[in-house]
Ligand binder design. Structure first.
Ligand code: SF4
Ligand code: SF4
Length: 216
């Protein structure tokens, strides 16, 4: 009910279906998305108690629907902060747990950043191979865990000159309708990701309640 105040139902379903299609790299699979949404739900129900809004007819199902919307839309489309702005403002959400450096399937290097990366890290010369999906680009060899992650502190040993994909994480830059767009890489074990979706869910929830009250 609440979500319908924010987006047309059919449009939502189309966008949701599209986002659940696993890409070639296996990113954002249905299982990952569901586990992430469960983790966000457990936090959201504490931040936005359904009891408080019971009189308005709000249920736990509404919270789940709002989270699903937060997964797929960027709030700047509604005049709110973009994924990039939220991530930049809340770097404290990263717990430096090192999971992203231990478990990433591939550490992508764009062909245009290769020279700069090698200038600062000449030792990388033998540590880079062509990307398996996009052979005109590259990727780090010897990952899972990445050999540049300090095993004790989980910090990056080439932090100042790490690849762009590492700088942006947990956001991923994609092209959509000819425009560059930052989407959130859904990883349910990543605290940064969970909090990003949680924050977006709270903003969407508050906006939906505002619209609901306005209609009464
Ligand atoms: S981005 Fe996420 S997975 Fe990576 S270190 Fe931070 S909290 Fe851990
Ligand atoms: S280069 Fe650094 S930030 Fe990137 S995966 Fe390796 S350790 Fe992590």
């Amino acid at each position: 009910m609440l979500r319908d105040l924010l987006i047309d139902k059919e449009l939502f379903e189309t966008l949701r279906e599209k986002s659940l299609e696993s890409d070639e790299g296996g990113m954002n699979t249905t299982e990952e998305v569901e586990l992430l949404e469960k983790a966000v739900f457990n936090r959201l129900k504490k931040k936005r108690s359904v009891k408080k809004y019971k009189k308005l007819g709000v249920s736990k199902g509404d919270l789940k629907e709002i989270i699903q919307l937060a997964d797929i839309i960027s709030l700047d489309a509604m005049g709110g902060p973009s994924n990039y702005e939220l991530a930049k403002e809340h770097q404290e959400w990263c717990l430096i747990c090192g999971r992203c450096c231990k478990e990433s399937e591939s550490i992508f290097i764009h062909k245009d950043e290769l020279n700069l990366l090698l200038t600062f890290n000449p030792e990388l010369e033998n540590g880079i191979i062509h990307n398996k999906l996009y052979p005109e680009h590259f990727e780090l060899k010897d990952i899972r865990p990445c050999k540049f992650m300090d095993k004790e502190t989980h910090k990056c040993e080439i932090y100042d000159s790490r690849p762009q994909v590492c700088r942006s994480y947990p956001l991923v830059l994609i092209e959509s309708n000819g425009k560059a767009k930052n989407i959130i890489n859904i990883r349910y074990k990543c605290n940064y990701t969970i909090n990003l979706i949680l924050e977006k869910s709270m903003i969407l929830f508050d906006e939906a309640i505002r619209r609901l009250e306005e209609k009464r």
